[in-house]
Design a protein. Structure first.
Length: 376
């Protein structure tokens, strides 16, 4: 039996918009995961999930709503009845196509929805455009409001750009005024099809830290229940809560299955890498074998070994290790060409800035002495 913490399924590689920082290399591919692949998923993965496991199944990579609702009706019917009782389903969407029929599907299937909205309109629309180069902010916010009106509390992923770092108040007002209480910050990463990051060439760590800190300060001042995922995780760690391990560094803790049945693990974005030394991180195809077969391939064994070396190196050298558990292998490979490397810019601008911002907030508030520690 297997106990993955995360299962990422790609209904289609196709995406219906054109973001300037997109890492997807096959977003024009309209293929749809076949029923044969779904049946293989049912028998080779979902039936083998340990009864006590509680995986999160995420529809992602490409725009999931580009697949028909009828496809999801069939997929849920084939997967849910063999999944463990505590399995949860989620979807990461740009929101453009979400209408009342989608909301009804989410309700009936108890699917959590996260939307990609890059903050205030001028920042979002500068980089998230339709395929005919029209803005998408109003469409994404329409989906947000539709979900909220239906009783959902969708989380929001915001990809930051240097242009917005001087405007934390505008971002905070956006989240507050639209009732967004769960957010996650990222940066446009150097990986996959995205060959240039807007954060390259300068040290933005202090600017990102100040940006996050000011948003925390304003939420604290207004008593607005804004939960930043990266900060929440760090706060839990400081409070002594035992956190889950980093699924990106443990073999098969995250299982990724593409529309054609290709199977990968570790960082989900590995599927977008051109890395022939690792068979492009495709360790097998679910139509042709199972995880036990894929675990014996030379590409898998090499990747596992190098990722473990990188985790050990991070543990011995980085004071933030307890927060990230060794970082993201795909960022190490993308930025440094080496998965046994340590600190990446992605880690500096996400995990480290969130930790420093939280400690900055706590330094201004009355807090337990346990927060005085200079390391985590």
């Amino acid at each position: 039996m297997i106990e993955p913490r995360l299962i990422i399924l790609q209904p289609t590689p196709y995406c219906n918009i054109n973001c300037s920082y997109c890492y997807l290399g096959h977003r024009d591919d309209r293929r749809l995961m076949s029923r044969d692949v779904l049946e293989a998923l049912r028998e080779k993965i979902f039936r083998r999930l340990a009864s006590q496991s509680a995986p999160i199944v995420v529809w992602h990579a490409g725009e999931p709503t580009a697949a028909p609702i009828e496809w999801y009706e069939h997929a849920y019917g084939r997967l849910r009845d063999v999944a463990p009782a505590h399995t949860s389903f989620a979807m990461q969407s740009n929101g453009i196509a979400i209408n009342d029929r989608w909301v009804d599907l989410f309700r009936r299937t108890n699917t959590n929805v996260s939307l990609s909205i890059d903050g205030p309109q001028r920042f979002h629309d500068a980089r998230r455009r339709t395929r005919n180069n029209r803005p998408t902010w109003q469409l994404a916010v329409r989906a947000l409001r539709r979900l909220q009106d239906a009783g959902f509390d969708p989380s929001v992923i915001t990809v930051l750009h240097p242009d917005g770092l001087n405007c934390p108040g505008d971002y905070y007002a956006f989240y507050r005024d639209l009732g967004i209480t769960q957010i996650s910050f990222s940066v446009d990463e150097l990986e996959g099809a995205n060959k240039v990051s807007s954060f390259s060439g300068r040290d933005f760590k202090a600017a990102v830290t100040d940006f996050v800190l000011e948003i925390l300060n304003q939420a604290y001042r207004d008593d607005f229940p804004l939960h930043i995922r990266e900060v929440e995780r760090i706060a839990q760690k400081l409070a002594g809560v035992e956190l889950s391990e980093n699924e990106q560094v443990d073999p098969w803790a995250a299982i990724v299955v593409a529309a054609d049945g290709s199977v990968s693990t570790f960082s989900p974005e590995f599927m977008e890498m051109n890395a022939p030394d690792y068979d492009n991180f495709v360790f097998g195809n679910i139509l042709e074998g199972g995880l036990e077969d894929f675990s014996n391939t030379q590409a898998f064994l090499r990747a596992s070994r190098e990722i473990a070396q990188g985790v050990a190196a991070c543990k011995s050298s980085c004071r933030y290790f307890a927060l990230c558990g060794g970082g993201s292998p795909v960022n190490k490979l993308s930025e440094k060409g080496d998965m046994s490397a340590t600190e990446t810019e992605f880690c500096r601008l996400t995990t480290q800035t969130s930790a420093d911002a939280l400690l900055g907030l706590l330094s201004k508030q009355s807090r337990p002495k346990s927060f005085e520690a200079s390391t985590f």
